[in-house]
Design a protein around this ligand. Structure first.
Ligand code: RIB
Ligand code: CA
Length: 316
């Protein structure tokens, strides 16, 4: 299996990403960042999910509490006060190791040939690694990012939350030269945890299926209230799938720029789609500009759910 680290702001969909990464990748560790909640809460949530999934041996290293520039303002509307409301899990038995997320990531990149990163929160930790340890840029095999969008935003009309939470960090990562796979809202919102799919998870009969269904019930209710979506979008596990199951997504190479100045557009991923057919999003000519990412433009939602159910069945 592919060796990987997961950097996340555990939250409901990050929890799904942890489950998928733990079963479908050679998960060497998880690092945490602010985002869906404070980094203290995202770290505790991460430990809870690893313990639930029988992965308590996977090390957790805590990271940034705020973006590279500016401050962190916790918006609890979607994920609740803890960042992962809606479960009945006890406080975690374990906690983070003493090493910082940045040092942990840099050390593992140096020690592990072919290591990949999967990022499902703001990119602050990863930007710090690429800046403080420039040798990691050539050593990293790739970064799979849940972030951005080729179309609508969620945090703002044009910006997706993970990018908008730290645009300076995103700019560093997207211009680092490391191979990037970007999985944005344009595909993740096509993979919804409908009531039928949540019922299927609950009917699996194992503890993990019950907790996942509870989490998705909460997350779905919030997203339905806010955006009218028919079920929680499986944002973060799709970024894991981009690495372990790329057959469920279609990618196109393109230039992605991070808007940092616009009064109305800060945090937007400006994707150059001009070489794609507007109807099919299939390539019609060579990409314009300087392509710096493989961007997901299509997804097989049914195949995702098949693979995700297999993951949950394999858990306690
Ligand atoms: O915009 C969706 C992203 O923001 C997901 O990663 C979700 O967990 C939040 O971090
Ligand atoms: Ca996340």
């Amino acid at each position: 299996m592919i060796p990987a680290l997961l950097d996340c702001d555990t939250g409901h969909d990050d929890a799904m990403a942890i489950l998928m990464a733990g079963r479908r990748l050679d998960l060497r560790g998880v690092t945490t960042v602010f985002g869906n909640a404070t980094v203290a809460d995202t770290t505790a949530n991460t430990c809870r999910i690893l313990e639930l999934a029988g992965l308590a041996h996977v090390p957790v290293a805590a990271g940034a509490a705020a973006p590279l520039e500016g401050t962190f303002v916790h918006e609890s509307g979607v994920h609740g006060m803890t960042g992962m409301d809606g479960h009945d899990l006890p406080p975690p038995a374990g906690g983070a190791i003493d090493e910082s997320a940045v040092d942990f990531i840099a050390r593992n990149i140096d020690a592990t040939r072919g290591l990949h990163l999967v990022a499902t929160g703001p990119l602050t930790n990863i930007a710090r690694v690429l800046t403080s340890f420039p040798g990691t840029r050539a050593a990293l095999a790739g970064i799979s990012i849940m972030g951005g969008s080729t179309g609508q935003g969620n945090a703002t009309p044009v910006a997706e939350y993970n990018i908008q939470a730290d645009p300076e960090a995103a700019d560093i990562v997207f211009n680092s030269g490391v191979p990037i796979r970007m999985v944005g809202l344009n595909v993740t919102r096509q993979v919804a945890a409908t009531p039928e799919r949540r019922h299927c998870l609950r009917s699996l009969g194992n503890r993990t299926g019950q907790v996942v269904a509870d989490l998705l019930d909460f997350f779905s209710d919030r997203l339905e209230e806010r955006y009218g979506l028919a079920g929680a979008s499986m944002h973060d596990p799709l970024a894991v799938a981009a690495l372990c199951d790329p057959d469920m997504l279609r990618f196109e190479a393109m230039e992605v720029s991070i808007e940092r100045e616009g009064a109305h557009t800060r945090g937007m991923t400006v994707c150059d789609l001009r070489h794609l057919c507007p109807l099919t999003l299939r390539r019609q000519r060579e990409p314009l500009g300087c392509p710096n990412a493989e961007v997901a433009v299509a997804v097989d939602a049914g195949l995702f759910w098949e693979r995700f159910i297999e993951v949950v069945v394999a858990c306690p």
